[in-house]
Ligand binder design. Structure first.
Ligand code: AMP
Ligand code: MG
Length: 417
């Protein structure tokens, strides 16, 4: 039994106490329940290095081999014993070694081996003289310089020793890291998994943008909001569907659970007569009012073991629900840091309903002086005002016990994605 199951078995019926008073679950409590609901999702996976760009390592990666793998030449030239070479010395050329050749047995004393960049150094040689500082004729080479021991030799293990750390845990992999991993001979890496998400919109009134609306129909927009938010915060969207209120929600939900770690639904959880999400999932989780506005009705359930998070249908409620209740939990699963809240001063007076945490949409003022910025609340309380909400920079949180906040009051703000 997961924490979420235990949590829910105590509280399966959210809604009213024995005297019929509405009990609203506080926002922080529901937010914690959403986090607990995701606790069983697998967090890491091993994937080929070739597909790890931008992924976050789950654990440190250690070098299986020392690098370079063997002593080799940094230049095209001649492998020599440094002590035998100075300007004017002529030595016989004892052989030629190319990149990809096995290391020659050894360098005979008093000779030089022609060597190409990356070719293994013959045993006994301790320096390479670049070809530009030599003249080769008739199987003999004349030197124009005196090499130091070690000159132009890339020694085994001077980049990394076998067993040493190539990349730390929690590193977002860049092209450089991919190069280091491949160079080290690492073929696959344990990375943080991107949780797979399915999105189901519900509502018999919904039609696709581009269709001509007839009576009672509206354009479906929540699925685009939720799929793009989920992707933005580290998830892979694997399934998107829309269900009618009088039809096949459970069939669609079952299909969604095939590939998804997590299903997000919108709509269908209020008190109406056709609420397919609540009617299908009510006995498998918690549904009830939260002390949040917009986004009051919320639900959490398990369907065939897959967590389902149920948001209300109003477009602004969907945005607020995702940002406040789910965003940082999803980021955590995906190995991304949380997005911190900020502080701002209200640009005008606002009123609020006692007992509900209000999330108003706000735009930041253009006053760039240091200190707490000013935020202007925009739009009305209606949670259908999708176009107005698009202009907002952030959500303004008004505490549940506040009914009036004067201009200048400091408030918590939630950056919008
Ligand atoms: P519901 O929560 O199902 O009662 O829906 C609340 C309101 O949101 C209704 O006016 C719906 O028409 C609207 N709505 C529900 N789902 C969507 C959606 N996917 N896209 C746009 N509006 C929606
Ligand atoms: Mg509906």
């Amino acid at each position: 039994m997961t924490v979420a199951d235990r949590f829910m078995s105590r509280r399966t019926r959210g809604g009213a106490d024995y005297s019929g008073r509405v009990i609203r679950r506080p926002v922080a409590e529901h937010r914690a329940a959403v986090g607990a609901h995701l606790a069983g999702i697998r967090r890491t996976e091993k994937v080929p290095v070739a597909v790890t760009l931008g992924r976050v390592t789950a654990r440190p990666v250690h070098a299986p081999y020392s690098l370079p793998l063997f002593d080799n030449s940094a230049m095209d030239g001649f492998a020599v014993r440094a002590s035998e070479v100075r300007p004017g010395v002529v030595l016989p050329v004892s052989g030629r070694v190319f990149a990809g050749d096995a290391a020659p047995e050894s360098l005979p004393a008093g000779s030089a081996t022609a060597i190409m960049t990356g070719a293994p150094l013959p045993r006994g040689a301790d320096a390479v003289v670049p070809v530009e500082q030599t003249v080769e004729t008739d199987g003999r080479v004349r030197f124009e310089s005196s090499p130091e021991p070690g000159a132009f030799v890339r020694s085994a293990g001077d980049d990394v020793r076998a067993g040493a750390r190539v990349v730390d845990a929690r590193v977002t992999l860049t092209p450089r890291h991919l190069g280091a991993l491949a160079a080290s001979g690492v073929a696959a890496v344990e990375v943080i998994r991107r949780p797979t998400v399915a999105v189901i919109s519900t509502g018999s009134e919904l039609i696709r943008p581009g269709c001509e609306p007839s009576g009672g129909q509206i354009f479906e927009s929540n699925s685009l909001v939720l799929t793009s938010l989920a992707a933005e915060h580290g998830a892979q969207v694997v399934y998107v569907a829309a269900a009618r209120d009088d039809g096949d929600f459970d069939t669609i939900l079952t299909a969604a659970c095939l590939d998804a770690d997590l299903v997000l639904t919108s709509g269908g959880i209020s008190m109406g007569e056709r609420e397919p999400v609540r009617q299908t999932l009510g006995e498998y989780g918690w549904f009830g009012p939260t002390a949040m506005q917009p986004g009051g009705p919320q639900g959490l359930a398990l369907w065939h073991g897959t967590p389902v998070i149920c948001f209300p249908g109003n477009p602004v409620s969907v945005i607020v629900s995702f940002e406040v209740l789910l965003r940082d939990h999803l980021r955590e699963l995906a190995g991304l840091p949380p997005i911190p809240c900020g502080r701002a001063r209200l640009g005008r007076d606002v009123t609020s309903v006692r007992g509900k945490t209000q999330f108003l949409r706000g735009v930041l003022g253009d006053d760039e002086s240091p200190g707490v910025p000013v935020v202007e609340p925009i739009g009305g309380p209606g949670s259908h005002l999708a176009v107005t909400a698009a202009a907002a920079d952030l959500l303004i949180e008004i505490d549940a016990d506040v009914t009036h906040a004067a201009a200048g009051t400091e408030v918590t703000t939630w950056p919008l994605t």
